[in-house]
Design a protein around this ligand. Structure first.
Ligand code: FAD
Length: 473
């Protein structure tokens, strides 16, 4: 049982607001709550916080940021909302999507201006469901840098962080009011900490096979490429307290994880005309129409086996880009001097592979889409030598979770909020709807930061009301 009666707690310390999880969501919530002057204690299970935020590519989207305006990009929250709803084919939660579309721009500007988080607009990226260039990243293009900046900002704002503190149970009253948490230290020692308000920021359940088998069984045996500590604890507690769940079948997949190295191929590779084939040599999709759905399609192939193919010209073009060059230096591609050698490396049927190359060559430069609706750039012919990268699917993070109201409070099936429980980021349902294909790239971190700010502000106000203090701003 992970919810214990409040009467059993032996609190040795307390904080007005307790945040469980020190990823993008928990840290953003801490910034917003500290701005209001509330006491904040963040509990993190690992010795040093990582989470999916550190593993990620650190890309958020936002409409109408100062950085976008500076670059002359025409964008608005209405266009972003339309893109979100189009990506989910209308199945994503429209209220959450609207909230994220309206608040992503001001959240990114706030992070940059108030907390010196180095996010800037990426001018060249208008793809994968985004109808204009609205992705924002930090200079090193890594989630680790973004995470480091958020940790520094939370510390600057006076939020306390305790690591090696895995939350193992919540203490609650019968009406669902959360009184505190029990943590377990690596040596097994258990400690109880009390609170006025609780924020769940423990992300989804990608590392919990049992939950995957229950909610997203088709992905349960696919390689999980997210943080091992994300075992769904926040979702389980919310559920046990009566919180409602939504879109639990949905996960973000990825269809080009180099095997066996585990390097994620950058999707820039396809902009140079790379193609992806099954074990027989056939293409099976529009490789970049839908990044997350491509993972589903690769997972459904026999043996989940797939190859990304390039030739010398494409390979040379890509070598000018850092991510591809580094991956090649690590030996992810096999070079084939001849077509026969390529057949022998991939195990493809020569007739089918030949047809695949011929189709691309015929369509290239004509502007005519292929049967998957992909249009190929001008020079489509493939000439030896070839490069083949064996890739498989990966599950990056889960997209279903608890439902929240407009304040970020966890709600029950009937819409009534739990008394003092807030949740955000990967703990709550994403905007993707019930299918992986509904995921608009950037929705993980954007949701984490936008809802992190919302729940930090709401929890800060609620905590100050409960303690009778007034906000400092
Ligand atoms: C390889 C990869 C690349 C990605 N790239 C992108 C991208 O470019 N753009 C994008 O938008 N999204 C991306 N994502 C998704 C994105 O990283 C997540 O959606 C986002 O980081 C979620 O933030 P979070 O704060 O909710 O969770 P996390 O960053 O995972 O933080 C959760 C924290 O809670 C801690 N925790 C869990 N349980 C407990 C417990 N019981 N007690 C105490 N602490 C606990 C964890 O240790 C962790 O530190 C990517 C994901 C992966 C795996």
């Amino acid at each position: 049982m992970s919810i214990l009666p409040a009467s059993e707690a032996e609190f040795f310390a307390r904080s007005t607001i307790l945040i469980i999880g020190a990823g993008a969501c928990g840290l953003t919530a801490a910034l917003a709550a500290r701005e209001l002057g509330a006491d904040v204690l963040i509990l993190e299970r690992d010795a040093a916080p990582h989470g999916n935020t550190s593993l990620s590519q650190g890309t958020l989207y936002a409409a109408g940021t100062s950085s976008q305006i500076l670059n002359g990009v025409q964008d608005s929250s209405d266009i972003l909302f339309a893109d979100l709803m189009a990506q989910s084919a209308g199945s994503g939660d429209p209220i959450l999507s609207r909230y994220v579309a309206d608040n992503a721009g001001r959240t990114v500007d706030w992070l940059v201006e108030a907390h010196r988080i180095p996010l800037a607009h990426l001018p060249e990226w208008a793809a994968f469901g985004h109808s204009c260039a609205r992705l924002h990243r930090n200079p090193s293009l890594t989630g680790a840098e973004l995470h480091g900046a958020l940790l520094r900002a939370a510390s600057d704002m006076g939020a306390d962080l305790v690591t090696n503190a895995r939350a193992v149970a919540l203490f609650a009253e019968e009406d669902g009011t959360v009184r505190g948490v029990r943590i377990q230290r690596p040596d097994g020692l258990r400690e109880d900490i009390g609170c006025d308000v609780m924020i769940l920021a423990t992300n989804g359940y990608g590392a919990n096979k049992q939950m995957l088998r229950r909610f997203a069984p088709t992905m349960a045996d696919t390689r999980y490429f997210g943080w091992e500590g994300n075992e769904g604890d926040g979702i389980i507690w919310g559920m046990e307290l009566g919180g409602a769940l939504g879109d639990m079948t949905s996960v973000q997949n990825f269809g080009a994880l180099a095997e066996p190295s585990g390097i994620m191929l950058s999707y820039e590779i396809y902009s140079e005309g790379a193609i992806q084939i099954d074990r027989d040599g056939r293409r099976f999709s529009h490789e970049i129409e839908d990044i997350s759905g491509q993972g589903d399609r690769v997972a459904a192939l026999p043996d989940q086996l797939s190859w990304v193919l390039l030739d010398e010209r494409r390979h040379r073009e890509l070598l000018t880009r850092g991510e591809y060059r580094e991956a090649i230096e690590l030996g992810i591609a096999k070079r084939a001097e001849t077509f026969d050698e390529l057949v022998s490396i991939t195990g493809a049927r020569p007739d089918l592979l030949c047809d695949t190359f011929r189709e691309v060559e015929l369509l290239a430069g004509t502007g005519t889409p292929d049967r998957f609706n992909r249009v190929f750039p001008a020079d489509g012919s493939f000439h030896a030598p070839y490069y083949a990268i064996r890739v498989g699917p990966a599950l990056l993070h889960t997209l279903g979770g608890l439902l929240i109201n407009s304040e970020g409070r966890v709600i029950r099936e009937d819409g009534r909020p739990l008394p003092n429980l807030f949740a955000g980021g990967g703990v709550i349902r994403n905007m993707a709807g019930p299918n992986s294909s509904g995921y608009l790239p950037g929705s993980g971190l954007t949701l984490a930061c936008v809802t992190g700010r919302l729940i930090g502000q709401s929890a800060g106000r609620a905590a100050l009301l409960r303690t009778g203090k007034s906000a400092t701003v």
